[in-house]
Design a protein around this ligand. Structure first.
Ligand code: LLP
Length: 423
């Protein structure tokens, strides 16, 4: 459930008409619903309540300080993958003792920064990284808490660019290799093994890969305990799927059903790193039609959002529902294929690449210059992956809370574009 809905053929975010937001803040504009953010977080909190998990909102999915603050106030912790993300969560007031630090390429500077910040643990991805963490911790005279990231060799059945848990991709390590590293940790006073980390991929629309992964994780923990490790944590990463097309995603409780009993049986603590599940359907991208044109037997709707704003369609062939803010036709239950009264169109941006589209062959009601349109499910990996390509200033971000709204990132200016350059 989210708090974007049509009332008498006009799109609202919570109590606020989207048209009013577009008028006030301009377009393209990202609009987030605080109620939806809180609702999705609480779904996970409730589904897993029996094991009192530490929920580490995955900052990479949307790192705006305003969003991080909402998460922080609602009791979420954070998963960070860079010094920059750690800086952000500290600015948002995070309790760093519950923050996990992941990523295949942590630099010594980042390791030092995370140790100084007393993070909960590092998700370690290789022997070389383990050595680096030990060296930095040693130089600081402290013990570094680590979790070994395993590659569970589980197929998450997701896009090739976002699958992470199969043998042969760059993430984590094989279970056999991890056992060697565990022995190494045991012998090293600068390190303490606290847990096992796995992330299968994203988005994952079934519970089975999690069932497989948690079983493997728990088996490994049991084995390591036997070897003398005081190991407690199982971190299953993120990846829970969301509704992009229609109602295709599982509720959090379905994932919990397969994960919670295994965690309870092993007497472990659970950490999760959800990003998309929380913020994906909490955000929309609103744009304005600049022109329409017909060429080569096709209708093109050219609007002011582009691949520099939302790269997911170009990069992952991602499907985002698109519909006018004030449509002449009620939104359909199914956005795929033909819709009565609609015409198929390519929704494109102004960027000089054929890959610059938000949708292809999409049924839309008649659109005109000046109309507002909404791209749904854009809260995760939207603004976070945006760029200034074609020297386009990044769009504004607005957070709606009931009948109120505020800017959480102002629109960039032309001067912002050149602010870091030198003549
Ligand atoms: N934990 C780890 C170790 C991850 O690599 C990721 C995502 C997450 C947690 C959060 O996954 P989520 O719950 O948000 O699915 N840019 C792509 C997605 C890349 C995901 C990268 N890792 C997209 O737009 O679909």
């Amino acid at each position: 459930m989210d708090h974007f809905h049509y009332r008498e053929r006009e799109l609202f975010c919570e109590e606020v008409p989207v048209t009013a937001l577009a008028e006030k803040y301009g377009t393209p504009v990202w609009i987030y619903s605080k109620r939806t953010l809180l609702h999705h977080l609480s779904q996970i909190q409730q589904a897993f309540a029996a094991v009192q998990p530490v929920i580490c909102y995955s900052v990479k999915s949307n790192s705006n300080l305003g969003i991080l603050q909402v998460m922080q106030e609602a009791g979420s912790s954070f998963d960070v993958v860079s010094g920059g993300e750690l800086h952000r969560v500290k600015k948002a007031g995070a309790d760093t003792s519950k923050v996990v630090f992941a990523g295949v390429g942590k630099t010594d500077e980042e390791i030092r920064y995370a140790l100084e910040s007393r993070v909960l643990m590092f998700n370690v991805e290789s022997e070389a990284e383990l050595d680096a963490i030990a060296a930095v911790a040693g130089s600081m005279g402290i013990v570094a808490p680590v979790a070994l990231r395993l590659n569970p060799d589980v197929d998450g059945k997701t896009h090739a660019k976002t699958t992470t848990g199969k043998k042969g991709n760059k993430f984590g390590m094989d279970i056999e290799r991890a056992s060697q590293l565990a022995a190494k940790v045991l012998a090293d006073k600068r390190l303490a093994l606290h847990g096992i980390h796995m992330h299968i991929g994203s988005p994952i629309l079934t519970a089975e890969p999690y069932a497989e992964a948690v079983k493997k994780a728990v088996d490994v923990v049991t084995e390591y305990r036997r070897q003398g490790h005081d190991i407690n944590w199982v971190n299953l990463g993120g990846g829970f799927g969301i509704h992009y097309r229609k109602q295709e995603a599982l509720p959090a409780s379905e994932y919990a059903k397969v994960i919670v009993p295994a965690i309870q049986a092993a007497g472990c603590r659970l950490a999760l790193e959800p990003g998309r599940f929380i913020v994906g359907n909490s955000g929309i991208l609103v744009s304005r039609v600049i022109y329409t044109k017909r060429e080569g037997g096709k209708l093109f709707v050219i609007q002011d959002a582009a691949m520099n704003d939302l790269v997911r369609p170009a990069m992952y062939d991602a499907f985002h529902r698109i519909w006018p803010v004030k449509p002449s036709i009620d939104p359909p239950a199914d956005y795929e294929g033909e819709i009565a009264g609609c015409e198929l169109a390519d929704v494109v941006g102004p960027i000089c690449e054929s890959g610059d589209y938000l949708a292809k062959g999409r049924a839309l009601p008649p659109m005109q210059r000046g109309d507002l349109m909404c791209t749904f499910s854009a809260g995760a990996y939207g603004m976070a992956m945006s760029s200034n390509y074609n020297s386009r200033p990044r769009a504004a971000e607005v957070l709606v809370d009931g009948a109120t709204h505020r800017l959480i990132r102002r629109r960039e200016t032309y001067d912002d574009l050149i602010a870091h350059e030198m003549l």
